[in-house]
Design a protein around this ligand. Structure first.
Ligand SMILES: O=P(O)(O)OC[C@@H](O)[C@@H](O)c1c[nH]c2ccccc12
Length: 257
């Protein structure tokens, strides 16, 4: 599946037209996750559909959802911009960036430097880079280019070996462990426990996918995760605020934040 997605992305890129640049100030994802509002950081994802689950939310209003996440006390937002497989859109990200005061992660399949310029223009604060979809040295180059333009990167890994070989080249500031097996689409939080042991102390550690309950949250926190990236379970909640509240077992945001 991932292979197919990347192939589609390559074709799309041949016809990419850069958007007009929106004028916004950048917010640091790293800082937001290093000083979370609760006992663990939360990146809430604006996600209408996915290849594994189909449509997750029919009445999909990205700006309302984003606003709800902000009111619910999310530390950062992730916005899907891939259209073909996730029914996202780069315009959603631009609109949300102008509406909320949180760092925004662009969730897409970034494989070429022109997407870095595109991400800057659309107003993203950070981008996702997925290990395994390109040689590590190419990923490192994209990481450096993005960083030089003021974009932060969440570097996602799926296997222990993937992280080990990446760390031989460089140490990403933010490392995400995806609990979803990209071949079978099943999620398993023990991935966070297993691979988490390998995440260097100086990097922020994000546990991604398949986090649905307060127990799940505690499990990955105990495994050393600094933050979670949650889409589906929040998108299926009555309201984004209620979703966050339930996920955190009612834990309030810190009064000082
Ligand atoms: O909806 P979930 O299971 O809470 O997962 C969110 C996020 O981790 C997932 O959307 C994701 C993780 N890595 C990705 C890469 C591309 C697209 C999507 C993703």
């Amino acid at each position: 599946m991932l292979k197919q997605i990347i192939e589609t992305k390559r074709k799309e890129l041949k016809e990419l037209v850069q958007p007009d640049e929106i004028n916004v100030s950048r917010k640091s994802l790293y800082k937001a996750l290093a000083t979370p509002k609760r006992s663990i950081g939360l990146i809430s994802e604006v996600k209408k559909a996915s290849p594994s689950k189909g449509i997750i939310r029919e009445d999909f209003h990205p700006e309302l959802i984003a606003k709800g996440y902000e009111e619910g006390g999310a530390d950062a937002l992730s916005v899907l911009t891939d259209q073909v497989y996730f029914q996202g859109h780069r315009d959603y990200l631009s609109a949300i960036k102008q509406l909320v005061d949180l760092p925004i992660l662009r969730k897409d399949f970034i494989i070429h430097p022109i997407q870095i310029e595109e991400s800057v223009r659309m107003g993203a604060d950070a981008i996702l880079l997925i290990a395994g979809v390109m040689p590590n040295k190419d990923l490192k180059r994209l990481y450096e280019e993005a960083t030089a333009t003021g974009l932060e990167c969440l570097v996602e890994v799926h296997e222990k070996e993937e992280l080990e070989s990446l760390l031989e080249l460089f140490t990403p500031a933010i490392i995400g462990v995806n609990n979803r097996n990209l071949k079978t689409f099943t999620t398993d939080l023990t991935q966070t426990e297993l691979i988490g042991e390998q995440v260097p102390k100086e990097s922020l550690f994000v546990s991604e996918s398949g986090i649905h309950t307060y127990e799940d949250l505690q499990k990955v926190r105990n495994a050393g995760a600094n933050a979670v990236l949650v889409g589906e379970s929040l998108m299926r909640a009555d309201t984004p605020q209620k979703g966050i509240q339930t996920l955190f077992g009612g834990e309030p945001v810190e009064a000082t934040s």
